[in-house]
Design a protein around this ligand. Structure first.
Ligand code: GDP
Length: 355
């Protein structure tokens, strides 16, 4: 599949459900009509199982034509950003999912430049959205902003590597980072608990802000509260991926076959795969809202400040919704005017040259 192409998969063609058809009712109704758009970025050193996990999560083959480079090529290559889009339909609800892979991340000998491509890509999507939002066709904007970033941590180290710390620190203001420990099956339960604690301690120590699940309202039902509590406890999610279906005691399961037994991807006693998927599906809307209200607004106010327009206090600004709405419209008009002035200036310069 070419990187930007779109494929259609219906739940009838793939066994099992991803589960987004169970999105909260309100979102569900909207999604039925319009379809749900979501963009996920996966970052981590190659070989940590990113593609395997993504394919297993969404029950699709997102990378049918993928070529794995050898070690020499890897050392030379820089980070490439590869978006693949699939449309999945479940019980009449459409999800247009884009997964942005980052092959080459962490592969070079000197990885200092690893983040610039990724930052540029995220900013470009914000920029495109900002432009579309202040344009004439505001109703049909395609949202390609990155709503969530799975950051893969190696299970073979003793915690975070300097590269992991640096990446998360540079990106935590731009995207919702969800840390995951890859290849959970290579560690014992005890080792995994130790690694999880170490990673969380280091995240705190370095002041890294990862995505945090929203607090439950007091009127939420107990089952949901318990689910959120368990999800919070599981961070960083220890995951395991596989795309083969094996038979275990008469059941077909997605798993990895070892001489001593099968590691079942979807068994909560074996790894946090189901928890990660539940987190993503049940909090898709929250991930989108935080992207819009926090990360995008940060980008927008910085962008407008750079363009000479007064910086607007965006997050937690409760001085009156009416004022902020007026502000927003004014700022948009100003941005539009500025763009038009630039266009006229460019046209005048061109005419001048031709004369
Ligand atoms: P990527 O480069 O990060 O996209 O990694 P791949 O998905 O291509 O996986 C690299 C290798 O690791 C492949 O041989 C996979 O079969 C294997 N692999 C993927 N997920 C897991 C896992 O959860 N546990 C183990 N032990 N191996 C895995």
């Amino acid at each position: 599949m070419s990187s930007d192409s779109v494929k259609n998969f219906s739940s009838l063609e793939t066994p099992g459900y991803v589960g987004f058809a169970n999105l909260p009712n309100q979102v569900h109704r909207k999604s039925v009509k319009k379809g749900f758009e979501f963009t996920l970025m996966v970052v981590g050193e190659s070989g940590l199982g990113k593609s395997t996990l993504v394919n297993a999560l969404f029950l699709t083959d997102l990378y049918p034509e993928r070529q794995v480079p050898d070690a020499i090529e890897k050392m030379k290559q820089t980070v490439k950003l590869e978006p693949s889009t699939v449309e999945i339909e479940e019980r009449g609800v459409k999800l247009r999912l884009t997964v942005v892979d980052t092959p080459g991340y962490g592969d070079a000998i000197d990885n200092t430049d690893c983040f610039s491509e990724i930052i540029r890509y995220i900013d470009d999507q914000f920029e495109r959205f900002l432009r579309d939002e202040s344009g004439l066709n505001r109703k049909n904007i395609m949202d390609n902003r990155i709503h969530c970033c799975f950051y893969f941590i190696s299970p073979f180290g003793h915690g975070l590597k300097p590269l992991d710390v640096e990446f998360m620190k540079q990106l935590h203001n731009k995207v919702n980072i969800v840390p995951v420990i890859a290849k959970a099956d290579v560690l014992t339960k005890k080792e995994m608990q130790r690694l999880k604690k170490k990673v969380m301690d280091e995240i705190q120590e370095h002041g890294i802000r990862i995505y945090s699940l929203p607090e439950c309202d007091s009127d939420e039902d107990e089952e949901y509260k318990e689910q959120v509590r368990q999800l919070k406890q599981a961070v960083p999610f220890a995951v395991c991926g596989a795309n083969t279906l094996l038979e275990v005691r008469g059941r077909k399961v997605r798993g990895r076959l070892y001489p001593w037994g099968v590691v079942e991807v979807e068994n909560p006693d074996h790894c946090d795969f189901i928890k990660l998927r539940t987190m993503l599906i049940t909090h898709m809307q929250d991930l989108q809202e935080i992207t819009q209200q926090v990360h995008y607004e940060n980008y927008r106010s910085e962008h407008l400040a750079r363009g000479g327009v007064p910086k607007r206090n965006t997050i937690g600004d409760d001085k009156g919704a009416a004022t902020s709405d007026k502000d927003r419209i004014l700022l948009e008009k100003e941005a539009e005017l500025k763009r038009m002035q630039e266009m006229i200036a460019a046209m005048q310069a061109k005419m001048h040259q031709q004369q």
